[in-house]
Design a protein around this ligand. Structure first.
Ligand SMILES: [Zn+2]
Length: 172
């Protein structure tokens, strides 16, 4: 007769072995989804679920420590994404003009200018995760490079590129 611990160990081993099999994983995933969908099909369950989660969410968001954790998590995720995208354009993570390496002041530059226009066309904000995600989703298109803030600013002045939205160049 096996002890409880021994039985658990055996089951765990079997589970890990099974999880190597893609078909088994898919079956488990489908089953989990099916059960979830079946529960969610009941309006009473849906309502209870929504209420419970609303309350939990409110409670969580009131908690300072949770807020701090969320914020830190978002910052980390943003940095990870930025690093990932920048690495595609500059494997050594540095400004192509001056070699500056502080990630905080590195940005993606449209080599041929008109970056603001491009982003406006895409309907995304001019900076931040949105644009990095767009680059990643579109498989890192050509025409971009890594510049530091200083070099980007200098380049804009050199090219007489007007980067401020809606500003007329001919205006005084
Ligand atoms: Zn630079």
């Amino acid at each position: 007769m096996l002890t409880h611990e021994e039985r658990c160990a055996r089951m765990r081993e079997r589970h890990h072995r099974n999880m190597l099999d893609p078909a088994y994983r898919e079956k488990r995933r489908t089953a989990a989804h099916f059960n979830y969908a079946r529960r969610m099909a009941q309006p009473s369950y849906r309502q209870k679920y929504a209420e419970k989660h609303k309350v939990n969410r409110q409670r969580r968001l009131q908690d300072e420590s949770v807020k701090t954790r969320y914020r830190a998590y978002n910052v980390r995720q943003h940095e990870r994404l930025k690093r990932e995208v920048l690495q595609h354009y500059s494997p050594e993570l540095k400004c192509v003009r001056c070699g500056f390496t502080d990630l905080r002041a590195l940005t993606i530059d449209h080599i041929n200018g008109h970056g603001t226009e491009h982003k406006r066309k895409l309907g995304i904000s001019r900076s931040g995760s949105h644009f990095y995600r767009w680059l990643r989703t579109n498989n890192y298109p050509q025409g971009f490079q890594v510049l530091c803030m200083n070099c980007q600013f200098i380049k804009r002045v050199e090219n007489d590129e007007d980067f401020r939205r809606g500003r007329d160049k001919s205006a005084p």
